[in-house]
Design a protein around this ligand. Structure first.
Ligand code: 48F
Length: 260
């Protein structure tokens, strides 16, 4: 076999094996932002078979850009233990006690590496376009290549079967939104629907982002800005403690649900 052919064959075979092995998982996570990556690491460390599907080429969600492209983010003291577990460095800030600055490129790359190293499989450039919905339960994802979707090509998707789905798609709550619209489900929220994100209020948003992570319908969990939007929380901008806590809470609840 020529070297050109060796390289191509190895890539196609390894990718096919990876995807085939992950067409049925315990936890299917949509979006690879910070809350998803924290949840994925905890789940994988606990032995939960976890796959993440991210529509962008680069996982990491809203972390890379810091605040308005100034590539620094802020975190609170009580999530430093999680950053330390990922090996992500942080610095105190002179403006306030209890808050730390993190280089957003180190944060994004550290979270990605930590999740993948723990065993989560990350599939980038794949968009989730629908859910599997059977017997009043969410049972997996319908996926397609992002370029196929962006070009509007008429190509049928493939599926990923899972015990639980975690919507970590950020502000739009894309998966819960489509479940409400297409499956006509009632969520476990005060109205049964998505309450909708409110404007900026950092302290409140940080609290609600962390608290809102959970199961909103059998088999359908949400975390991060997605669950914050579902529960009508305020936005908080480039401070990320709430995202980290939200990912942890989602993972703990999924572990309970899977009895791991
Ligand atoms: O929004 P995002 O970073 O998720 P998060 O964990 O964190 C929010 C913060 O970054 C920031 C904030 C915190 O202070 O306000 O916004 O809630 O990442 C969401 C990821 O989901 C992907 C999207 O490309 C992004 O990387 N995503 C969204 N819809 C889909 C998707 C989809 N249908 N299929 C696959 N990936």
């Amino acid at each position: 076999m020529s070297l050109e052919n060796v390289i191509s064959t190895a890539i196609v075979r390894n990718y096919s094996e990876k995807l085939t092995e992950n067409l049925e998982v315990d936890a299917a996570i949509v979006g690879a932002g910070p809350s998803a990556l924290v949840a994925a690491r905890i789940l994988s460390n606990a032995g939960v078979k976890t796959a993440i599907f991210e529509r962008q080429l680069a996982p990491g969600g809203g972390v890379w850009g810091g605040g308005m492209l100034f590539n620094e983010i802020i975190v609170q003291e009580d999530v430093l233990d999680t950053l330390n577990e990922f090996g992500i460095s942080h610095r105190t800030i002179e403006e306030a006690d209890g808050y730390h600055a993190v280089d957003s490129v180190e944060m994004a790359s550290g979270l990605i590496f930590g999740a993948v190293r723990a065993g989560a499989k990350l599939f980038n450039s794949i968009s989730v376009e629908d859910i599997i919905f059977k017997n009043e339960k969410v049972g997996g994802l319908v996926i397609n290549w992002t370029p196929v979707m962006r070009l509007g090509m008429f190509v049928d998707p493939l599926t990923v079967v899972s015990e639980v789905v975690l919507d970590a798609t950020g502000h739009p709550s894309a998966i819960v939104n489509l479940a409400v619209n297409k499956a006509k489900i009632q969520l476990s929220t005060p109205t049964g629907g998505i309450l909708g994100e409110r404007p900026m209020w950092v302290e409140s948003g940080e609290r609600s982002a962390a608290e809102s992570a959970g199961e909103y319908y059998p088999g359908l969990f949400a975390c991060g800005m997605s669950s914050n939007n579902i529960m009508g929380g305020y936005r908080m901008g480039p401070v990320f403690g709430g995202m980290i806590k939200s990912g942890k809470k989602a993972a703990e609840q999924i572990l309970q649900r899977l009895q791991k």
